[in-house]
Design a protein around this ligand. Structure first.
Ligand SMILES: Cc1cc2nc3c(=O)[nH]c(=O)nc-3n(C[C@H](O)[C@H](O)[C@H](O)COP(=O)(O)OP(=O)(O)OC[C@H]3O[C@@H](n4cnc5c(N)ncnc54)[C@H](O)[C@@H]3O)c2cc1C
Length: 450
C-alpha cells in the first residue's frame, strides 16, 4: 500500500499507481455491501464512488426483509433499525376504483416482517461507517472510473478521475458495481441484451398530511400509474408514464400535470399546487437489460451493471445486494490468497443469473400489464380476474415472499441462519411460477378490458 495514501483525508503525493487487492467501482447498494463484506473477510478493498456524497434523491428507498436478514446475520440489524425509517407491512394498489392489498409481509420467514423505507443515503452511509471500522477498507469519494487498465489481456485496474487529477488504481480484481450506465461494462465491451421497456418514471415529492395512506400505494387509472412512498412528512412520488411521453406532458403544462395527479390521488388536494416548476420533476428513464457474460479475466460486473432493473416491485436494490453477498462468499478466500481465476469470477454469474432472469421476467410481464392500462384513458375498470385473484387465500403472502425475500436468497458465509429459511426458498421458486402465471392472466384480461 503506498504510504502516501492516508486513510481519511487522503491525498496522492506521487504519480505512482495506487495498489489494492480489489477495486470496487461504484458506491451504490451493491458496491457498499461488497466493500463491507470483503473488508470484513480481511480483503484489502478500495471502493470508488464518482459523487462526493450519497445524497441523491432518485435512488430507491426500500430495504427488504431479505436484506434486513443479512444485516441480522452480520449483527448490524439492531443499530440499523435505530435510524429513522418507516415499516411497510403491506403493499396496496388501486386499479380504477378497486382498492386491494397486493402483499402482506406478516408471514415472511425473516426476523423483520416488513420492508424498511429509508432514504438510500442513510442506508449507504450506515454501511460505509461500519465498513470503515475494518482496517482493510477504503472508500474514495469523487473518484470516477474512466476506463480499464489491461495487462497482457487481463483487467489489472482502473483509470480514475479525481478533483486532484487522474490516478491509476491497480488491483488483482476489479468489480463493476457502477449501475445501469456502467463505465466498466462499456469499457470491457460486454454484450448487453436489452428488454424493451414501455415506461419512464417522473420522480418528485408531495407533502403528506394526517389521514393520508401510511403504506406504499400504487394507483393505476386514467392512463397512468402513480406510486406514493411514505417518507414521513412527504411522499416520494413516482408517476409512471409511457416511454418518451414527458415532452408531451410538459407541453400540456403544469396545471394539467397537477390535475392528472389529482385524478389518481384526489386526497392530495391543494398540495399538488406546490409542484409549480418542472425542475422539481425528474425524468428517470427505465431500463431492463442483462449482460450475456458478467466477467472476463480480472473483471466482474454485478448489480445493475450486470442487469439493470426496473422499479417494478422495488426489488433492484435487493438483487444488487444479493449479488454482492454471493460475490463475497465466493471471492473472499481466493482474493486473500491471490488466486482468483476467470472460472471463479464466472461462478458468480452461474449462481446469480437464475434469480435475475426470473425477476426480470416478472418485471417485463408487469410492464406489459401497465402498457395495456396506459392504452385506456380511463376511468379504468378493474378486471374481474384481479378481483378474484386478490381474494384467493395465500396470494398476498405469496407476493410478499417473492418481493420481500426474492429467489435464491443469499446468506452471509459462516453466519447462523434463521431456522426454516432453506425450505422456504423452494416454496419461493414455486411461488414465482404462480406469480408469473397470474401476471400473464392479468395482462391478458387488461387487453380484453380495453
Ligand atoms: C426510477 C427508479 C426507481 C427505483 N426504485 C427502486 C426501489 O424503490 N427499490 C428498489 O429495490 N429498486 C429500485 N430501483 C432499481 C434500483 O435503483 C437498482 O436496481 C439498484 O440501485 C442497483 O444497485 P447498484 O448498486 O447495482 O447500482 P446503483 O444504485 O446505480 O449504484 C451505482 C453507483 O455507482 C456510481 N458510479 C457510476 N459510475 C461510476 C464511475 N464511473 N465511477 C465511480 N462510481 C460510479 C454511482 O454514482 C452509484 O453510486 C429503481 C430504479 C429506477 C430507475
Amino acid at each position: 500500500m503506498p504510504a502516501a495514501c492516508l486513510r481519511e483525508n487522503f491525498t496522492y503525493m506521487t504519480s505512482e499507481p495506487f495498489k489494492t487487492m480489489c477495486c470496487v467501482v461504484g458506491g451504490g447498494p451493491a458496491g457498499m455491501m461488497l466493500g463491507y463484506l470483503l473488508a470484513r473477510g480481511g480483503v484489502d478493498v478500495t471502493v470508488i464512488e464518482k459523487h462526493e456524497d450519497f445524497f441523491r434523491d432518485f435512488r430507491g428507498d426500500t430495504v427488504h426483509p431479505s436484506t434486513l436478514e443479512l444485516l441480522y446475520e452480520l449483527g448490524l440489524l439492531e443499530d440499523f433499525l435505530k435510524l429513522p425509517h418507516q415499516e411497510l407491512t403491506s403493499v396496496g394498489g388501486v386499479v380504477g376504483h378497486f382498492a386491494f392489498q397486493a402483499a402482506n409481509f406478516n408471514h415472511v420467514p425473516a426476523h423483520c416482517k416488513f420492508v424498511a423505507l429509508m432514504p438510500q443515503w442513510d442506508f449507504l452511509s450506515f454501511l460505509s461507517e461500519r465498513a470503515k471500522k475494518f482496517r482493510s477498507f477504503r472508500l474514495r469519494m469523487q473518484h470516477e472510473a474512466t476506463g480499464l487498465i489491461y495487462d497482457d489481456g487481463r483487467v489489472a485496474g482502473v483509470d480514475v478521475r479525481t478533483p486532484q487529477g487522474s490516478v491509476q488504481i491497480l488491483s488483482d480484481v476489479v468489480i463493476g458495481c457502477d449501475g445501469r450506465h456502467s463505465t466498466t461494462r462499456r469499457a470491457a465491451e460486454f454484450e448487453v441484451r436489452e428488454f424493451g421497456v414501455p415506461i419512464d418514471v417522473l420522480w418528485f415529492r408531495i407533502g403528506r398530511s394526517t389521514g393520508d395512506p401510511e403504506q406504499l400505494l400504487g394507483n393505476i387509472n386514467y392512463g397512468k400509474a402513480l406510486i406514493l412512498v411514505n417518507r414521513g412528512d412527504y411522499f416520494q412520488a413516482g408517476l409512471i408514464i409511457p416511454k418518451g411521453s414527458f415532452e408531451e406532458i410538459k407541453r400540456k403544462g403544469l396545471q394539467a400535470f397537477q390535475a392528472g395527479i389529482l385524478q389518481n390521488a384526489p386526497y392530495l388536494g391543494d398540495r399538488v399546487q406546490a409542484l409549480d416548476d418542472w425542475d422539481q420533476i425528474k425524468l428517470l428513464s427505465v431500463q431492463i437489460n442483462r449482460l450475456r457474460q458478467w466477467s472476463r479475466p480480472g473483471l466482474l460486473c454485478i448489480g445493475d451493471a450486470a442487469h439493470a432493473m426496473s422499479p417494478a416491485g422495488g426489488v433492484g436494490i435487493n438483487l444488487a445486494i444479493q449479488d454482492a453477498v454471493a460475490t463475497a462468499n465466493l471471492l473472499v478466500g481466493p482474493l486473500r490468497e491471490g488466486r482468483v481465476s476467470e472460472a471463479l469470477l464466472a461462478e458468480v454469474q452461474r449462481r446469480r443469473e437464475f434469480p435475475t432472469r426470473v425477476t426480470q421476467a416478472i418485471q417485463v410481464n408487469a410492464h406489459k400489464g401497465l402498457k395495456q392500462a396506459f392504452g385506456n384513458p380511463g376511468p379504468l375498470k378493474a378486471p374481474w380476474q384481479l378481483k378474484v385473484a386478490v381474494r384467493v387465500p395465500g396470494v398476498q403472502r405469496l407476493v410478499a415472499r417473492v418481493v420481500g425475500i426474492g429467489i435464491r436468497p443469499e446468506h452471509i458465509q459462516g453466519a447462523s441462519r434463521r431456522p426454516g429459511f432453506d425450505k422456504f426458498c423452494v416454496k419461493v421458486i414455486a411461488a414465482c411460477a404462480g406469480i408469473a402465471a397470474a401476471a400473464f392472466v392479468l395482462s391478458a384480461s387488461c387487453r380484453r378490458a380495453n
